[in-house]
Design a protein around this ligand. Structure first.
Ligand SMILES: [Zn+2]
Length: 266
């Protein structure tokens, strides 16, 4: 079997509040991933510091493939010049990275600010930043790994007015109708390990054609019920579940996801 984790955060150990020493945690999850035949872990950056860490990790470990990005709620906090500078840096790194991520739009945190009127301004900033990121993907031909929380329709609208062929929706929880729209466009979904228990992701797997599906963990977040944290080795569980949903063997499922990964990320 050849398994793929198309979306993880390997520099975010501290954010999850894990008490284990970082080096031990990393070597542990990489060893267990190899044992389970995970062949690639796409590590996403969320800001300049995180992007540099992702690149260092990728240089040190063959299994780790770098994606550089700017997380939407981070884009809210910075100046336009600062964003431009980092996007210019990512552009220069294009031959050394597999994708641009994590990027997109997020309304979860902004919504609380609605009453103050500040919200509109922050969200507009996210959208202006995302516009530039879409154009970076058009220029570099690197796929976008998309965060769409509570802003699914807006992300789709912006992608529809771009020339992008291969964006990937990470942990997509938008409406069923929108899943169909995205699938009809030929765009991709990476399915989290929570497909084991969440009906919504099980329905998504049934709806989306096999050649548009990938697997992800969002390590160290979004773990399966059984564990306090998440790690790439858990892909073996979701592939089994996805195979069952599609009525094929887990070998057929993992082979197809591996091919999708090769097409999208290389
Ligand atoms: Zn993520």
């Amino acid at each position: 079997m050849r398994l793929i984790d198309a979306h993880a955060h390997l520099d975010a150990h501290a954010m999850k509040g894990l008490t284990e020493n970082y080096a031990d945690w990393l070597s542990g999850i990489l060893a267990r991933a190899k044992e389970k035949q995970v062949k690639a872990i796409v590590a996403n950056g969320t800001n300049p510091e995180s992007n540099r860490q992702v690149q260092t990790l990728a240089q040190e470990h063959d299994l780790i493939k770098p994606a550089l990005g700017f997380y939407p709620t981070e884009v809210e906090k910075i100046s336009e010049e600062f964003l431009d500078e980092e996007l210019e840096y990512i552009k220069k790194q294009k031959d050394k990275i597999v994708a641009i991520g994590e990027v997109g739009l997020d309304k979860k945190y902004s919504e609380g600010l609605l009453t103050s009127g500040k919200w509109k301004e922050l969200y507009a900033k996210q959208q202006a930043g995302f516009e530039k990121i879409i154009s970076l993907s058009e220029k570099t031909k690197k796929p976008l790994l998309l965060h769409t929380r509570k802003a699914e329709q807006d992300v789709v609208d912006m992608l529809e007015s771009s020339s992008l062929k291969n964006p990937m929706m990470h942990c997509f929880t938008g409406k069923k109708k929108l899943v169909k729209t995205i699938a009809d466009h030929g765009w991709n979904f990476s399915v989290p390990v929570t497909v084991l228990k969440l009906h919504q992701f099980q329905e998504l797997v049934k709806e989306v054609p096999l050649n548009q599906l990938l697997t992800e963990t969002d390590t160290p977040f979004l773990g399966p019920e059984s564990g306090p944290t998440n790690e790439p080795a858990n892909i073996s569980l979701s592939v089994m579940k996805m195979a069952e949903l599609k009525g094929i063997t887990k070998e057929e499922m993992s082979d197809q996801i591996f091919l999708n990964y090769m097409r999208l990320f290389n």
